[in-house]
Design a protein around this ligand. Structure first.
Ligand SMILES: Nc1ncnc2c1ncn2[C@@H]1O[C@H](COP(=O)(O)OP(=O)(O)O)[C@@H](O)[C@H]1O
Ligand SMILES: [Mg+2]
Length: 307
């Protein structure tokens, strides 16, 4: 197959691993900077060009679209989709997952567990809004934050109020949640590919920190997920429409609580912690789906038996 990896940086671990895995499985693979792809849109005719050359015949696209290029990156991915390429994470699913509020609404709509979450616009409603959450601490989160950026712990109701006012003053969308203390500064990352969890890790926040993100100094270790945790992660990815997802959950007395569903989960931490070749699992999902849809031209077609 001809595979394109949409990534701003070919030197990133995740990008390199996907390239390696695709080559090892006999595919032609190219890393494309989404910001250098440009497109022409006409009725029933879609073109993509890259640095002055036409892009065509791509069977599968593996998007690694960072939060800072969501708009342009998903437009490029959509163009690939319109040109018949398969993507494990469709452009619409990436857009849905980037919006934490929307993600929570969709997951709660299907009955999945999540921390109680509130959201409101008018300052006059702040008091009542905070009241809906119950006692502090609360967690205030930028709606489109990532890697623990913009996730703040408010120990008192007045801290919650100040944070909400500050975020409003910056015209930033945010959600406010109950703080799940019993998670003990740890969270679970389940890496879903297709309809199964291929790898999982537990992340423990560093000293004096409640965010377990590896970018915030969290320590990863391998973990065995319970049946409910596995099922929750797979359902969360399916509800969001993602074929590849990093589902973050907290362990609580009420069972697993989903924090977010990442559409471009990093491979480095999870491969190191679990020892699983996650990159190959992703490429193999793309192979299976492309063959199913009959649009692929496998490089090494299987010979028929000539017995
Ligand atoms: N409601 C909460 N209760 C306890 N810890 C939380 C809560 N929300 C987030 N955290 C911690 O903060 C981290 C980052 O939050 P998350 O919602 O995943 O945002 P990001 O997109 O920035 O990773 C989580 O991995 C978890 O360790
Ligand atoms: Mg997270």
């Amino acid at each position: 197959m001809k595979i394109a990896i949409l990534s701003r940086n070919p030197r990133l671990y995740s990008t390199q691993r996907l390239v390696e895995a695709a080559r090892a499985r006999g595919h032609t693979v190219r890393v494309l900077d989404p910001l250098r792809c440009y497109m022409a849109i006409a009725p029933g005719a879609f073109r993509l060009r890259y640095k002055g050359r036409e892009l065509s015949g791509v069977d599968a696209v593996i998007p690694r679209i960072g939060a800072s290029v969501t708009f342009y990156g998903t437009a490029v991915l959509r163009q690939f989709e319109l040109m018949g390429a398969y993507s494990p994470n469709p452009s619409d699913a990436i857009l849905r997952a980037r919006d934490k509020l929307r993600c929570h609404q969709m997951l709660a709509g299907e009955g999945l567990g999540l921390p109680l979450t509130v959201f409101g616009d008018n300052p006059d409603d702040t008091e009542d809004l905070i009241g809906l959450l119950g006692k502090p601490p609360h967690v205030v989160k930028l709606n489109e934050g990532a890697q623990g950026n913009g996730v703040v712990l408010a120990e008192t109701a007045s801290a919650s109020r100040s944070l909400i006012e500050a975020f409003r003053g910056l015209y930033a969308n945010f959600v406010v949640q109950e703080f799940v203390a019993e998670a003990g500064g740890a969270d679970l990352r389940a890496f879903v590919v297709g309809d199964r969890v291929v790898a999982a890790m537990k992340r423990q926040a560093g000293e004096g920190e409640f965010r377990a993100n590896l970018h915030r100094g969290g320590r990863a270790s391998p973990v065995r997920l319970s049946e409910v945790e596995t099922e929750t992660a797979v359902r969360a990815a399916r509800i969001m429409g993602l074929g590849v997802a990093g589902v973050d959950m907290l362990r609580s007395k009420r069972g697993p609580l989903v924090l977010e569903v990442n559409s471009s989960p990093g491979l480095e931490g999870i491969e190191a912690a679990s020892g699983v070749d996650v990159a190959s699992a992703i490429v193999s999902l793309a192979e299976a789906r492309v063959l199913e849809a009959g649009r692929g031209r496998p490089r090494r077609p299987r010979r028929k038996h000539r017995a």
